[in-house]
Design a protein around this ligand. Structure first.
Ligand code: COA
Length: 469
């Protein structure tokens, strides 16, 4: 048994290192000199709609070279991080810039463990009709509760002025009649959680970092609680003996994950942690640039990630594989899609014009993990056949390859996760990147303020309402 576990983990490492070798053979993974050098502001660049091509800031956090299929965090290749590191270590790396020493990692994990417990927030979430809410909207609600808890706790003088209200242990803010803000502040305090010293919802210095660590630790708990509450189940208390990935799976499914499942979830979290100036990262940075706070910035990231052009294509991929139904139907289905000029879900990328390195890892992992379940094995075969068909048809000519979403849905399904939680999982991982980039940007903050070209009319004469047609 123990040998099997060790063999599985070695096999995963081999899969990743083989993927790395294949990537290196196909492409020469060098950086693009003009996008990896110090610049002096203001900088000249060609800008397209949606700020395409615009350079908004400098960063040392991560770099994507789309034409080479090359992704690094803080200088480390994504393949090496997946093969040798953990999500906790990668989060530390993104936040603090260096890989941690043993002692630093131990301390970081202890903080994450401590902040996994969000009893009061789970209780508040249970009072909302989450089953009727989009899980990403529910996630924003949970983050807002985290912010509320922290900011009000730090306002000692506000709290001391709050009057006592008679409310039993199980009452929650929404269940009591609205009696004004000060009362509800008291109610939050009445939950009897110790107030951590020197931690606020601020943006800079140790306050900002403290909030980031809370968010990285708290999002898995909130997402797992949302998933369970939506199904009418009670949230599960975190198990601090498990890794962040393992505990997340445990809180989602109620079962202790196998080392294989834990490791695969860990790799998925590493793979999604950062990806340049994507829409959600930018949204988080825009909010932070107004000197709002980390919680509000992360909420903005979640809001942006919710859109179907950003997160969520992996859900569509599963629906597509289901619709295709069999390997034999791949070619006729594809021909129909081409006739209708439809896009194939899970293919193509705004930045990657080479094979997405994340898909290089997720593809073989999906194969490995789906091998034991007949339904998933069939889905995987359909996916593989479709990849070949797309490649033969236009893939190679147009540089359209599978992206990160093509195989991740299959992996999550094999881990027994409902498809509606796929995008929230993205947030559980990307929160590390959002936080790191927000903190970095604030070191040289300048409020974001692009321009729009006005091409409306001028000098129109105001007509009073009763004279308008
Ligand atoms: C991600 C995506 C929005 C990128 O779009 P983009 O950068 O605007 O891609 P382009 O428009 O430059 O694509 C170039 C060509 O490839 C085609 N193409 C791109 N993705 C395609 C896909 N998934 N299926 C079929 N054709 C595709 C485009 O139609 C275009 O063809 P044309 O030159 O004949 O007009 C797009 O590939 C897409 O919608 N993919 C499917 C959704 C998805 O998987 N999203 C997750 C992204 S991580």
């Amino acid at each position: 048994m123990a040998k099997q576990k060790a063999d599985d983990l070695t096999m995963i490492q081999d899969i990743i290192l083989n993927a790395k070798e294949a990537a290196q053979k196909e492409i020469d993974g060098n950086a693009e000199p003009e996008f990896t050098q110090k610049i002096s502001w203001p900088v000249d660049c060609k800008v397209g709609p949606g700020l395409e091509g615009a350079i908004a800031c400098e960063t040392e956090i991560g770099y994507v070279n789309g034409s080479m299929g090359y992704l690094i965090y803080r200088g480390y290749d994504i393949f090496d991080l997946c093969a040798y590191s953990s999500f906790e270590e990668v989060s530390y790396l993104l936040l603090f810039g260096e890989l941690p020493s043993k002692e630093e990692l131990k301390e970081f994990k202890e903080s994450l463990n401590e902040y996994r417990h969000l009893l009061d927030i789970k209780r508040l979430l249970m009072s909302f009709p989450l089953e009727n809410m989009n899980p990403m909207a529910a996630l924003r609600l949970g983050i807002n509760f985290m912010r509320h808890k922290q900011t009000y706790r730090d306002q000692a003088e506000v709290v001391s002025k709050a009057e006592s209200i008679a409310t039993d242990e199980d009452s929650i803010a929404m269940e009591t009649p609205p009696r004004g803000e000060r009362k509800s502040i008291y109610e939050f305090r009445k939950k009897q959680y110790r107030r951590p010293k020197n931690v606020q919802a601020g943006l800079v210095g140790s306050e900002g970092v403290g909030s980031c660590i809370r968010l990285i630790a708290g999002l898995p708990t909130i997402v797992a609680a949302i998933a369970r509450i939506r199904k009418g189940h009670l949230p599960i208390e975190p198990d601090t003996s498990l890794t962040l990935a393992g505990n997340f799976l445990y809180m989602l499914t109620g079962e202790k994950p196998t080392p294989l499942a834990e490791r695969i979830m860990d790799i998925c979290l590493i793979l999604h942690a950062d990806h340049g100036m994507n829409a959600s990262t930018f949204a988080a940075m825009v909010v932070a640039s107004t000197l709002s706070d980390v919680y509000s910035s992360v909420e903005a990231g979640v809001a942006a990630l919710n859109g179907p052009l950003h997160g969520g294509a992996n859900e569509q991929v599963l629906l597509m594989l289901n619709q295709i139904g069999s390997e034999a139907n791949v070619e006729p289905w594809f021909a129909q899609m081409m006739k209708k000029k439809r896009k194939i879900m899970g293919f193509g990328h705004r930045v990657y014009k080479a094979y997405d390195p994340r898909a290089r890892i997720l593809g073989p992992l999906a194969k490995m993990i789906s091998a034991t379940t007949p339904e998933l094995r069939d889905f995987f075969k359909i996916a593989q056949t479709l990849e070949k068909v797309v490649n033969k048809s236009f893939g190679k000519d147009k540089n359209i390859f599978p992206n990160v979403d093509y195989y991740s849905g299959l992996v999550y399904k094999a881990l027994n996760i409902d498809h509606e939680i796929f995008t929230p999982i993205f947030a559980v991982s990307r929160v590390s990147g959002w936080c790191a980039r927000v903190l970095e940007y604030l070191e040289k903050n300048r409020i974001f303020r692009p321009r729009a070209i006005y091409n409306g009319e001028f000098n129109k004469k105001y007509t009073p309402i009763n004279k308008r047609k």
